[in-house]
Design a protein around this ligand. Structure first.
Ligand code: RIB
Length: 321
């Protein structure tokens, strides 16, 4: 049987509006173009993995409505098995209101709808999927209790677990001890670790803190500053790949998709982070969430250009020496 991934998480219809700059508190701004497109952190991460030609299935919940149908269709087109997605009889599909400025920065407000109903019983009803996979990926746009339950089930089944703690909340020790890879961005790290500033030493401190609670490794994504990997014995900084960002929506989801696909193939976190960085770099050069995620072919072509550029730079370095 082929190695596969299960993502447990949210599906949202994103309603995105372009603005010159993000609004300040109490301010009303005029927006530009309005676009409706498939999103949701769980769905985006599943789509990112599927587009990299890695077998993946999503466990989540939608409403019995047009948005739910459109989201399932979009996921299927990205190669995601949606057979385990449940339908709520009482709640509509989740919605996210996304504001994106000219620099590609965003604000997102999520209305959970059916995502808020995904329960531990729903996970039990899909337990066969967890048994068959190798890696289980979660975020925090479905109830925390369901996330904690899924993590403990997945660990009991001997699976590798990945948690993207977004939107961030303080996490209890019982949940954290079931996490192999904890992947927040800087802001999320501050919330989950209670840190005031983030940089090398704080990340080391956070990694130690989480390691003591049983987390395998911490990977912090830092946008244009790159990312950090830290576990009990190692801290490594990865500079960002240089691209022109137009929209950072789903950059973190794309990073996680790349990481999981890379890790499933190699079981090497370093190689997986490089794959993740390429996927995220391509994503920020395009608009939207799932619409901006790269295919396997696009990742390979970016990797080739990167290798050629690095060879060119090292040859030039030798000539100048
Ligand atoms: O990570 C980006 C996603 O966050 C958006 O697609 C939106 O739906 C929210 O879940």
């Amino acid at each position: 049987m082929k190695k596969s991934v299960v993502v447990v998480g949210s599906l949202n219809m994103d309603i995105a509006v372009a603005v010159a700059r993000l609004p300040a508190e109490g301010e009303t701004l005029q927006g530009g173009g309005l676009a409706e497109a498939p999103g949701g952190k769980g769905a985006n991460q599943a789509a990112a993995i599927g587009k990299l030609q890695t077998p993946v299935c999503l466990i989540g919940k939608v409403g019995a409505d047009r948005n739910g149908d459109a989201l399932l269709q979009s996921l299927a087109e990205s190669g995601v098995d949606t057979g385990a997605v449940l339908t709520s009889s009482g709640q509509p599909t989740g919605i996210a209101l996304v504001t994106v400025d000219r620099e590609g920065r965003n604000h997102i407000v999520v209305v959970p709808g059916a995502n808020g109903e995904l329960s531990s019983d729903d996970i039990d009803s899909r337990i066969g999927m967890l048994e068959q996979c190798e890696i289980v990926v979660l975020q925090l746009e479905v109830p925390l209790e369901t996330v904690a339950y899924t993590l403990s089930k997945a660990k009991a089944l001997g699976k590798t677990t990945v948690l993207n703690p977004a939107p961030a909340v303080r996490l209890d020790d019982e949940l954290l001890r079931h996490v192999d890879f904890l992947i927040p961005n800087e802001r999320e790290l501050r919330t989950i670790a209670g840190l005031d500033d983030v940089g090398g030493p704080s990340i080391e401190r956070a990694a130690r803190l989480f390691a003591e609670k049983g987390v395998g490794a911490l990977i912090v994504t830092m946008g244009e500053k790159g990312c950090y990997y830290a576990d009990r014995s190692t801290v490594k900084a990865y500079p960002a790949l240089q691209v022109n960002a137009v929209d950072t929506t789903a950059a973190g989801d794309s990073f996680i998709g790349g990481f999981v696909a890379g890790y499933l193939a190699s079981r090497d976190a370093d190689a997986a982070i490089r794959e993740a960085q390429i996927a995220a770099a391509i994503t920020v050069t395009r608009h939207g969430a799932q619409s901006s995620l790269p295919t396997r072919r696009e990742v390979e072509s970016f990797r080739r250009s990167l290798n050629e550029y690095e060879q060119f730079r090292s040859r030039r370095g030798e000539d100048e020496a």
